[in-house]
Ligand binder design. Sequence first.
Ligand code: ATR
Length: 313
Amino acid sequence: MKIYGSTSFTGIIGYPIEHTLSPSFQNAAFERAGLNWVYLPFKVEPDRLEISFAGLAAAGCRGLNVTMPHKQAVFTLVDEAAESAAVVKAVNTVEFKGGRSIGHNTDGLGFVRSLKSDAAFDPVGKKVLVIGAGGAAQSIALALAKAGAGEMKILNRTRKKAETIVGLVRSYYAGSIASIADMDDSDDIRSCDLVVNATSVGMATNPGLPLGLDLLRPGQVVYDIIYWPAETEFLRLAKAGGARTVNGAGMLLYQGAAAFTIWTGLPAPIEEMAQALRAELRDRGTEDIIATNKHSARTNIIRHKTDNPGTTG
Ligand code: ATR
């Protein structure tokens, strides 16, 4: 693309940011849509976040994605929060419009769109298990509830944080569909139609399995939000056991597609974006295999851990 005096810029802020895949498919989307826009990575240290955010806004940035560790902090910096950000108190997409900044969160929507498109799974009335209780798990749990899930189990190493998510889902969706997964009731867990790993367990830097394989059953949809490695040990073993498995590349893609639409008002050219993401992942393949093999022998299965009294989780 050519950069002119009139070129619009967008980007992603995070720390670290070197491994982001978003520039590959957002720039492909701008090109396909015929927009002279560019998407750049910005490495922003936490103690420089406020000044960087204000500076980007003042310099005419059209939109931002926000990644670790800034999602919660940016929620406190935006002038307005859309409902998608307000429910999780975290922002992954900023829209700059008319001198104001509006925070959105497209993670949950991205997850549900990927689930429907990549796994042909509609959550309406289904029983789902969400493993994890961080920001990603929270977005996913709320999005599944909004999409009409019939029953939801939450499992997390730190039980207290799982309870917070159960409370959050209950506060937004009447009918109390959410509860803590009872590890002593394996039939209850095994009967879930969908299992989502929303923890970082399975990444090269955090190897292991988020759930014992004895708690899975053939025919389930098993979704791992990790896309790096493309197939975690958990997905590989779940697939071997007869599950339909999906990695998190689709969630990354669809959350980005929703951000593209927020910034430009245009439908996202999803095919071109997917193609660009696939190409980028392919290019990084070798490094991925090396990182995975190094750790493949270790396992790390989640059970609820009781908090020490007095900790805040
Ligand atoms: P994010 O906001 O990206 O979801 P996070 O807030 O750091 O990231 O959450 C990471 C999740 O992975 C948490 O649910 C965490 O469990 P705890 O709440 O007990 O910390 C989970 N997790 C990370 N490493 C884990 C491990 N080795 N075993 C079990 N759970 C792990």
